[in-house]
Structure formats: structure tokens, C-alpha cells
Design a protein around this ligand. Structure first.
Ligand code: F6P
Length: 319
């Protein structure tokens, strides 16, 4: 393994830079030439690739986003685009790749591995929607961002005696809603994995109001549907003014928390060591506090189980 390429792809996640730093430094420590591919798989197609040195990754462990930039590449999955990427890999003498991203990124990694390019995937997505790993890099930083926002919305909610529906990201996965809802003391948490009853939610709001509660925070995962419709129905049924806050992309930015930096550092190091050992088609994950690797095909097939016990806990605590 003389030359390793590294890229970040899909939605960015806080901690990607920490992982990238670990990949580059572990490679250089082992006398491997390290090359950064810009803008995800698009960079492989276009040959947007350059050397990475120790100083290329200095002063980035605490930065959100990704210094390599990212993209969701439609072209890479076309026959033509993939062929061009393989040519570029050959021209730059890249012997192996580390790719940082979510399930779309891992599908790309599998294509490369199947085509004989040793490739390792590091799970970076705020959604935490990869079933084989307890957590993905970026998830807990995003949750902390949401929890901070809930606290702020709660202040104004109490001042005005309003209800507030807060939409959070997560595509079809309710984990950001669940974790931030529990930590932020939300009254109800609406996720795509569990059917919800608007009447039950309204009843809870009215019960709270009857005991002089002035804030009503309802967290809605984006995969559920339109938060404005939910707010409108709530307002009609409770007669309590109901506002909507869509947190959107601010959940994807910001300085990564300690856990995301540590996961990034450990996984980045392991990814390069696996390539040096001659491994390919592995996805890195975290189980019970340990970083481990698993066949990328198995990782992609693993069903993402929603934590219904935590969801029930949230319901009990927000009676
Ligand atoms: O995958 C992370 C994520 O932030 C999702 O939560 C969200 O649905 C999606 O990306 C938004 O993607 P884009 O950056 O392409 O708009």
C-alpha cells in the first residue's frame, strides 16, 4: 500500500475533519503517500486530487464541515462515470481508498471494492441511520445542537404560553428527534418509525396547560411529514397558539463534540491500518464503546432498529 486516497461524500457531518486528520496522519506515520480527493466521488471522476501532508490536516480537529468538500455524485453510479473514476485511480496510482460518509457513500465503496480497489468506509452522518453501528460520527454533535435550540425555543414558548413544533433532520430515521427530545425534555416526539395520534398529543398539551404548564415542545423528525400541518391541527384542537421552527442545516454544522472527535480519530486510524493489512470492503462501526470493522455488504444490509424502549421512556417522562 504505497498510496492511499481519502474522500468525504454525502451530507457533511461534524467530526469528518477529525477522521480525515487521523486517516492522513496514520498513513504518513506508516510511510504511505496520502492523497485527498475533492468533492466526494466527483473528484475521483474529474481527477481533482492532491497530496495531503501533516500540515494539510493541522488545525482541523475542531472544525465542522469537511476540508475536502463533499457532494452527492449521481455520475459515479453511471457506467461511464464509474469507468472514468477507475481510470483516474489508475493514473494517480492510488492503491486503496478510505471513504467517509453515510449509506450512499458506502454503496460507492462497495462498487469500488468489487472492482478490485481496496476500500474502507467510515460512518459519518448526523442521521445515525446505519443499523450495524451504535453511533455514526456527527450524530451526537447534531443532537447537542438541537438540545441547545430546544432550550431557546422553550424560553420564548414559556414567555408567550405557546406550543412549538420543532422539525429536526434525520431523513427516515427518528434518532435525532428521539435523543434530542429526551435530553431537551420535549412533551412529544414524532418519528417516522412509530405511528402517532394527534389527539393524544393534543390531550397531553391540554393536560399540561391545565396544570399551568406554559411551554409545549413537540419534536418532529423530517421524515414524518409537514410540521406546519401538524402545528395547524394542534392549534385547531387545543386552541393554543402553535409555532413551527425548522432547524434545518444548522444541525449539520458546528464544532464536533468530544465523542465525534474521538470516534473520528479511532476510526481514521483503524481504516488505514486495515488497508495496510490488505483488507478491503470493510465498514467501521462502534459497538458497546469499541470500534470494530464489518463486511461492508453486511453493514449495508443491517436493519436500523429504532430504540422503542427509549421512545417509551420519553413518553413516561413527559406525562
Ligand atoms: O444525511 C444527512 C442529511 O442531513 C439528512 O438529515 C437530510 O435529510 C439530508 O442530509 C439533506 O441533504 P442535502 O444536503 O442533500 O439537502
Amino acid at each position: 500500500m504505497k498510496t492511499i486516497g481519502v474522500l468525504t461524500s454525502g451530507g457533511d457531518a461534524p467530526g469528518m475533519n477529525a477522521a480525515l486528520r487521523a486517516v492522513v496522519r496514520t498513513g504518513l506515520y506508516n510511510n504511505v503517500r496520502m492523497m485527498g480527493v475533492m468533492c466526494g466521488y466527483d473528484g475521483l471522476i474529474n481527477g481533482d486530487i492532491d497530496d495531503l501532508t501533516l500540515s494539510s490536516v493541522a488545525d482541523i480537529i475542531h472544525r465542522g464541515g469537511t476540508i475536502l468538500k463533499t457532494a452527492r455524485s449521481d455520475e459515479f453510479v453511471t457506467k461511464e462515470g464509474f469507468k472514468r473514476a477507475l481510470n483516474v485511480i489508475d493514473v494517480f496510482n492510488i492503491d486503496g481508498l478510505v471513504v467517509l460518509g453515510g449509506d450512499g457513500t458506502f454503496k460507492g465503496a462497495k462498487l469500488l471494492a468489487d472492482a478490485g480497489i481496496p476500500t474502507i468506509g467510515i460512518p459519518c452522518t448526523i442521521d445515525n441511520d446505519l443499523g450495524y453501528t451504535d453511533y455514526t460520527i456527527g450524530f451526537f454533535t447534531a443532537v447537542e445542537t438541537v438540545v441547545e435550540a430546544i432550550g431557546k425555543v422553550r424560553d420564548t414558548s414559556s414567555s408567550h404560553g405557546r406550543a412549538n413544533v420543532i422539525e429536526v433532520m434525520g431523513r427516515n430515521c427518528g434518532d435525532i428527534a428521539l435523543y434530542s427530545g429526551i435530553a431537551g425534555g420535549a412533551e412529544s416526539i414524532i418519528v417516522p418509525e412509530v405511528e402517532f395520534d394527534i389527539d393524544e398529543i393534543c390531550e397531553k398539551v391540554i393536560r399540561g396547560r391545565n396544570r399551568n404548564k406554559l411551554h409545549h415542545i413537540i419534536i418532529v423528525a423530517e421524515g414524518v411529514g409537514n410540521p406546519y400541518n401538524i402545528a395547524k391541527e394542534m392549534e385547531e384542537k387545543t386552541n393554543i397558539e402553535t409555532k413551527v421552527t425548522v432547524l434545518g442545516y444548522l444541525q449539520r454544522g458546528g464544532t464536533p463534540n468530544t465523542l465525534d472527535r474521538i470516534m473520528g480519530s479511532e476510526m481514521g486510524k483503524l481504516a488505514v491500518e486495515l488497508l495496510i493489512e490488505g483488507k478491503s470492503a470493510r465498514a467501521l462501526g462502534m459497538k458497546c464503546n469499541d470500534v470494530y470493522d464489518i463486511d461492508i455488504d453486511e453493514a449495508l444490509k443491517a436493519k436500523n432498529e429504532f430504540n422503542i424502549d427509549m421512545y417509551n421512556t420519553a413518553n413516561i417522562l413527559s406525562l
